[in-house]
Design a protein around this ligand. Structure first.
Ligand code: PMP
Length: 356
């Protein structure tokens, strides 16, 4: 820490992203990336002519991408805004709607960035524990006194709320903004975007990083009422008007328009997840019911730390969170079938080792 750091950031605990290994030859199942490459339409969109225009600033309105998203979801263009990953959208939400006087409620454990943004932007954080079986308890979000943010499906558990549960939260919090972070929505849960017609206190945040295979492009988006989107744009234009680069705008618009590829790849991931979950259960693991592109699993024969380390020694990277109540679990991204088979073989070897 330098002596110049603002005093308010002296105790800041930054978010720790999953490891991005520099060496090749690892099976990388630790950051919920999509094992399938971007749509071929993305590769067509980023051709040489576009690269040769990189001396020009991008469109600060990101018009082409906003149009692709609004057409896909059947909402108005002024109900959509885009960001440099949904992380940036979430940061804009904290900047726009939170301060030390307004509470923000969210589940714990959930996406680790909510806590960090709470600290950076001086929000009064209220962490709501999960139930004993690691579910978000919708009853605990009724008639609250501040903003609510819920990842649906939740991370790192993968368990989703249903639409009725979300609607009840929206109804009982008319004077609060309810942010539903749908980063993993395309892998099995139902999006609450249709509720935008009825509830102006809803903001839905999604990303191109998971189901649309563009984590490296850094594109996320928010959908909400015109007024809430205008607030977020006011923040964006006061902070970083060119928040998406030229190539990312083109890549994301092309990905949004290629529904065939999107459907094919997300269905493959869902199929692999279901098979893999069954096989892990068959060897004695407790696997939470996932609606995401990862599973959260534990064994009573290996601690979370032992399983994580054992797989790492076999060149397979998964994610382990040290804090309770989830320290015995590991989070495993769903890769290609062959990756999951290698992980299952490695797991069986580790279990055999413990039996000796
Ligand atoms: N929300 C949740 C629940 C996530 O797990 C992630 C990814 N780690 C994000 C948001 C952010 O994703 P991105 O910035 O890549 O859009």
């Amino acid at each position: 820490m330098s002596r110049f750091l603002s005093s308010e950031f002296k105790g800041l605990e930054p978010y720790v992203p999953g490891e991005q290994p520099k060496t090749s030859g690892l099976i990388k199942l630790n950051t919920n990336e999509n094992p399938y490459g971007p749509s071929p339409k993305v590769l067509e969109a980023i051709h040489q002519e576009q690269v040769s225009k990189l001396m020009l600033y991008p469109d600060p309105e990101c018009g082409e991408l906003i149009e692709a998203i609004s057409e896909y979801y059947g909402i108005e263009r002024d109900q959509v805004m885009v960001g440099n990953g949904s992380d940036e959208i979430l940061a804009f939400c904290f900047m726009a709607f939170q301060n030390e006087k307004r509470k923000i409620w969210f589940p714990e454990p959930s996406y680790g960035f909510y806590k960090v943004y709470g600290d950076v932007f001086h929000a009064e954080r209220n962490l709501v524990p999960l139930t004993e079986d690691l579910r978000v308890d919708p009853k605990k979000y009724k008639n609250l006194d501040g903003t609510i943010i819920i990842a649906n499906p939740n991370a790192p558990t993968g368990i989703a709320l249903n639409l009725q549960e979300i609607e009840d939260i929206l109804k009982s919090n008319e004077s609060n903004l309810v942010i539903i972070d749908e980063a993993y929505i395309d892998f099995g849960a139902k999006s609450c975007v249709p509720f935008l017609q009825k509830y102006d206190n809803l903001l839905v945040v999604q990303t191109f990083s998971k189901s649309r295979s563009l984590a490296g492009s850094r594109v996320g988006f928010a959908m909400g009422s015109r007024e809430v989107i205008a607030d977020l744009n006011a923040i964006k234009f006061s902070f970083n008007p060119y928040n998406l680069n030229r190539l990312s705008i083109l890549a994301a618009a092309a990905a949004m328009r290629d529904d065939d590829y999107f459907q094919k790849t997300r269905q493959s991931i869902i199929r692999t997840r279901e098979r893999f979950s069954q096989e892990l259960k068959a060897i004695g693991f407790h696997v939470l019911p996932s609606s995401a592109n990862f599973v959260f699993a534990e064994s009573d024969r290996l601690s979370g730390q032992e399983y994580f380390t054992g797989l790492r020694e076999k060149n397979i990277l998964v994610r382990h969170f040290e804090k309770d109540p989830v320290s015995n679990f590991v989070r495993i991204t769903i890769g290609r079938d062959e990756d999951m088979d290698l992980l299952l073989t490695a797991t069986k070897e580790l279990l055999e080792r413990t039996a000796k």
